[in-house]
Design a protein around this ligand. Structure first.
Ligand code: ADP
Ligand code: ZN
Ligand code: ZN
Length: 672
């Protein structure tokens, strides 16, 4: 090819389910010098016009040059995404085997992906109005000083730290001090927190300390708010960026540090579309940007602890609670042969009374919302089930209906059994709604509140409840996970978990890890200030090794045993997993598809990769779809990735029959 025929070809990521870039000729009347990767470009795509992002500019194409269409026009004067961001996008697309155009959809705000947009960008409207509070009154503990010094030593290079600090040990204070240094150097700090912790209280701890602008990202922003926050981060106008999972894709002008608080939290894993782990991407991004990454938790994930053990991460610890608050004591409530009142053992009620009498607040945790999880016929044993799912319907008394917690279906409560016509329907089991009602009857004088998805649906309702808890307007707090996370309740002296047994026998291999984390996190809510706390676990299995391990040996003792079990069973972190899940309204079609896929892929794979299945998912039918999956396991990440490439190639050739939907989940959080 002679120089005169050399063309400039743009490799563009276009929103489409296809897993590759698209080649376009440079737009006519355009100077190649002015085009850079990271700029948006308008391109003809099928019969439409589409906005894509230029990933690379090359001079040859694997397609015939005369078949390539010219792009319509380049939209930006400057790249919207830096080279590092483009690398991160490519990495994400490759690692999760997800269409790159769709990864871009997770990165660019909607308003930047639309063709019609106001010409003039909105001014930044965010002003930090909160009066600043100085930190001079807080005397750092020795442990805090050591941890801060250790991180500050590596502010200009990539290092991953795992900060293991019990709840209330002053982790946030550590973040604030480190961020102060980063900001003073003119760099930006990106802080990821779980959705549930993103409350005005959390944000104000940052804005009270820094006069700097803070860009906040969460799922409730309007498109315009999101664009403004995005630009503030990208242009460097906001030295501090705080957000939930998706904020990991925020462009930063001068990245300085990434902090992932409560790194074990499941909300960092996206469970639809692009199934990514924001925590894992944080580490990849830290490496790309050559900046430190701090993962913090009172109950670090098994994976992260393992990474400390094999020296990939630097382990840091804050073993003491800040301000001298003492650790809570654990008690097992043996439910066997005890009288239960709406799922609460009598001697637990005595303890609740004792703590309230002493002026403490009591937290009752129950991993199940609604009134009763089972409606059964006392005569013929008919059980109310969902028409669309393999699931029981939960009875909600306040709304006076039965609801499916998996597909949202709502059904009237029958007055008699639809099978035998007897009027003998019983409500079995207890959810938060029932426990709340029962406690109100038992303690009519006491103010009780409930925190779960049903009571916090409205904007700011969680805020309102939290505020009232702090003002001690309630003595008993009943709730689900929402209550177990992050929030600081200084007056809670007792915490109880009612249905430990439900999680003791969970089918997922991570069930025990999550239960141990839950117990320690719930315990962290009790006795954070002067009053020492007590934690009660109700169980029919008071001799269960996991419970004894967590309460006698502590979280790390549990982790060490868990690691041993995982090693024996060749489970993560000693192996790598991916799920290929398929669903269809026809049961046979799913199994046929996955069986053929497995058979064909196996011929191309060696023994280093195992494919199990197809098996039905734990709940086979959901919202009318039958679901089954292949589990792909390998001892090496590379081998797993190669196997996934093979599987995708086979799928491409197979052309899945119509009506089949499928997706890949790399490093799944749950085995389905
Ligand atoms: P964590 O993030 O580990 O839960 P925080 O940083 O929120 O812990 O600290 C818990 C409480 O203790 C907060 O009210 C915080 O202001 C306070 N605190 C933190 N460090 C100290 C310290 N060195 N001395 C006294 N109080 C502290
Ligand atoms: Zn019946
Ligand atoms: Zn359902």
């Amino acid at each position: 090819m002679s120089n005169s025929t050399k063309k400039t070809i743009l490799q563009v990521a276009v929103p489409s389910p296809l897993r590759h870039l698209f080649d376009y000729l440079m737009p006519e009347n355009c100077d190649a010098k002015n085009i850079k990767p990271g700029m948006r470009v308008l391109v003809p795509f099928g019969k439409r016009e589409s906005i894509g992002v230029i990933l690379d500019i090359v001079t040859s194409s694997k397609f015939a040059i005369d078949k390539l269409k010219p792009a319509i026009g380049v939209i930006d004067h400057e790249p919207l995404l830096s080279n590092n961001m483009l690398s991160l996008i490519s990495w994400t697309s490759n690692y999760y085997h997800h269409p790159i155009g769709d990864v871009i959809n997770n990165v660019l705000p909607k308003l930047l992906r639309q063709k019609t947009r106001k010409k003039k960008d909105e001014e930044y409207s965010y002003v930090n109005k909160i009066p600043q509070k100085s930190a001079s009154h807080i005397k750092l503990s020795e442990h805090q000083k050591q941890v801060i010094a250790a991180i500050k030593k590596h502010l200009s290079e990539f290092k991953t730290f795992l900060l293991d600090g019990v709840t209330g040990s002053g982790k946030t204070e550590v973040y604030l001090r480190v961020i102060a240094d980063v900001v003073a150097k003119g760099k930006q700090a990106l802080i990821l927190i779980p959705e549930i912790n993103l409350t005005p209280q959390t944000i104000s701890r940052f804005s009270e300390r820094f006069s700097a602008k803070i860009a906040v990202f969460h799922s409730r922003l309007t498109p315009k708010e999101r664009l403004i926050s995005w630009r503030m981060a990208k242009d460097g106008a906001a030295p501090i960026v705080i957000g939930t999972r998706s904020a990991i894709f925020t462009p930063l002008k001068n990245p300085g540090i990434i902090i992932v608080d409560e790194e074990h939290d499941l909300s960092f894993k996206q469970q639809t579309d692009l199934r990514y782990s924001a925590r894992d991407i944080a580490v990849v991004r830290g490496k790309l940007e050559n900046i430190p990454v701090v993962l913090g938790s009172a109950t670090p994930s098994i994976e992260s602890i393992y990474n400390v053990k094999r020296k990939r991460y630097i382990g840091l610890a804050l073993p003491e609670r800040a301000g001298g608050a003492s650790h809570p004591s654990f008690h097992l409530v043996d439910m066997r042969n005890q009288k239960l009142k709406n799922g609460i053992a009598e001697n637990l009620l005595c303890q609740i009374e004792k703590h309230i009498d002493k002026g403490g607040q009591v937290l009752i945790f129950l991993n199940r919302r609604g009134f009763a999880p089972i409606l059964i016929c006392h005569h013929c044993s008919w059980v109310a089930g969902c028409k669309h799912c393999d699931a029981r319907l939960t009875l909600h008394q306040k709304n006076n209906h039965l609801r499916c917690h998996h597909c949202g279906a709502i059904v009237k409560i029958p007055t008699k059994c639809p099978q035998c016509q007897e009027e003998k329907l019983l409500m079995l089991g207890a959810g938060t709604e029932r426990v709340e009602i029962a406690l109100r009857e038992l303690f009519p004088e006491i103010k009780i509140t409930r925190i779960d998805r049903d009571t916090t649906k409205h904007k700011n309702s969680l805020e309102e409840i939290l505020k009232n808890i702090h003002e001690e307007k309630y003595q008993i707090l009943v709730g689900t996970q929402m209550l177990a996370k992050g929030h600081h309740f200084p007056k809670v002296t007792m915490a109880a978990i009612l249905n430990v047994d439900q999680s003791l026998f969970g089918s997922d291999f991570r069930a025990s890890e999550h239960l141990a984390q839950l117990i320690v996190q719930v315990a962290g809510r009790a006795g954070r200030e002067i009053m020492s706390g007590e934690v009660y676990l109700q169980t029919h299995n008071p001799h269960h090794p996991l419970l004894l391990d967590v309460i006698n040996g502590g979280y790390m003792s549990f982790v060490n045993n868990c690691l041993e079990e995982r090693q024996t069973a060749e489970l993560p972190p000693y192996s790598y997993l991916a799920l290929l899940q398929a669903e269809s309204k026809k049961q046979d079609a799913v199994f046929d598809f996955l069986t053929t896929l497995n058979d064909k892929a196996k011929t191309e794979l060696d023994d280093s990769v195992k494919i199990f299945g197809p098996v039905a998912t734990t709940m086979e039918r959901k919202a009318g779809y039958f679901r089954a999956q292949l589990l792909i396991q390998s001892k090496g990440r590379e081998k797993l990735q190669q196997a996934l490439d093979v599987l995708l190639r086979v799928i491409d050739k197979l052309k899945p029959p119509p009506g089949i939907r499928w997706f890949l989940d790399v490093d799944p959080a749950e085995l389905g």
